[in-house]
Write a protein that binds this ligand. Structure first.
Ligand code: AVJ
Length: 334
């Protein structure tokens, strides 16, 4: 078991070696279904989880390095500044369970602070990046047992055996929870409380509400990387679903929805145009928008209220001196 990296199914059993080709076909099928479903709605939409193919994941890494995009940088600085206190409050020998395994660098910081842990269980649907991150982390932390789960972290219902015998710490970084609506976030938190169990702790990074002068440039940067990231969804439709989108016919837009407390990203059709994909045709009016992402922002109090209503007791929230980002420690006692 020591130092092992192997893939496991949601029920904790070892994953059969499914060929990469079969996995790719399954992924293409999911994407096709989601795009056809989203284009049948009004307004049209594409679920934001499809941003993260190999190219999109690299583009997000570029976004994370931008001056305007503060979340990644500030969250890492919060982890670094408060890791000793986090480790002390969480206590020793926790199985670490990461939802939507994000940047391995942040995870490495946390693992380093926690000391020796029985196992690290990253949960993600992206099998390739999961394997890559697991490989890098096992080099950083020799002897660490890593048990990746290839599954949608919003649908995970059971954990591997080793995680059931110890107390657990959940980790959900990068304000990925902001992609969920309040109802979805509440359902996710309630499921996580069930999954992690009585006596568990949860560390969650949450982006804060702030002036639009900071928020808008974070989602519409001067170099246009976020625009390329957004347009990659159409490029991905062209690559994987035989689409003929002309990328120059659509523009990136990011707006703040004050009432819902969220950034909304769109792709705007610059003219009336007809596009083909999967043997079907779709006409877009001039100015018609495809909704591609929600990124909800919370005050510390708002997030604590949501967590409290979803089975978690707030323990402590850390905020950086510029009030850009928050790191919440929660606990679940029935
Ligand atoms: C990775 C979902 C947290 O919402 O800020 C970055 C994704 N979208 N720029 C975010 C994203 C546009 C990001 N999350």
């Amino acid at each position: 078991m020591e130092g092992e990296v192997s893939l496991h199914l949601p029920d904790g059993s070892p994953a059969p070696s499914v060929s990469l080709r079969a996995r790719a076909e399954q992924a293409r099928g999911d994407f096709a279904e989601a795009v056809l479903g989203g284009f049948a709605l009004s307004p049209r939409s594409i679920p934001c989880r499809f941003f993260y193919d190999a190219i999109g994941s690299e583009l997000f890494e570029e976004i994370a390095k931008l001056e305007e995009y503060y979340p990644t940088r500030v969250e890492a600085s919060l982890l670094e500044a408060h890791r000793a206190e986090i480790a002390r409050r969480v206590g020793p020998s926790r199985v670490l369970i990461e939802f939507g395994s994000g940047s391995s660098r942040k995870t490495s910081l946390l693992i380093g602070a926690l000391g020796k842990i029985p196992a690290y269980i990253p949960i993600d649907i992206a099998a390739e990046s999961l394997k890559e991150a697991a490989g890098w982390l096992s080099e950083q932390h020799p002897g660490l047992t890593i048990l990746p789960l290839i599954t949608d972290f919003t649908k995970t219902r059971t954990l591997p055996e080793v995680a059931r015998r110890r107390k657990r710490l959940g980790f959900f970084s990068g304000s990925t929870i902001g992609n969920l609506t309040h109802e979805e976030a509440s359902a996710f938190l309630a499921n996580a409380a069930r999954l992690l169990g009585n006596g568990s702790a949860f560390l969650i990074g949450v982006d804060l509400k702030k002036p639009l002068s900071i928020l808008i440039p974070a989602y519409n940067d001067a170099k246009g990387i976020t625009a390329v990231f957004n347009l990659n969804l159409l490029a991905r439709i062209n690559r994987e679903l035989g689409g003929d989108f002309d990328l120059s016919g659509f523009a990136h837009d990011a707006v703040y929805n004050e009432e819902k407390g969220r950034i909304e990203m769109y792709l705007v059709s610059l003219s009336r145009q007809t596009v083909h994909l999967l043997g079907r045709r779709f006409t877009f009016a001039e100015g018609e928008r495809i909704h591609t992402e929600n990124s909800h922002k919370y005050t510390v109090k708002e997030f604590q209220a949501l967590a409290s209503a979803s089975g978690w007791q707030p323990v402590k929230a850390w905020v950086d001196p510029d009030h850009l980002f928050s790191l919440h420690l929660l606990q679940h006692h029935q």
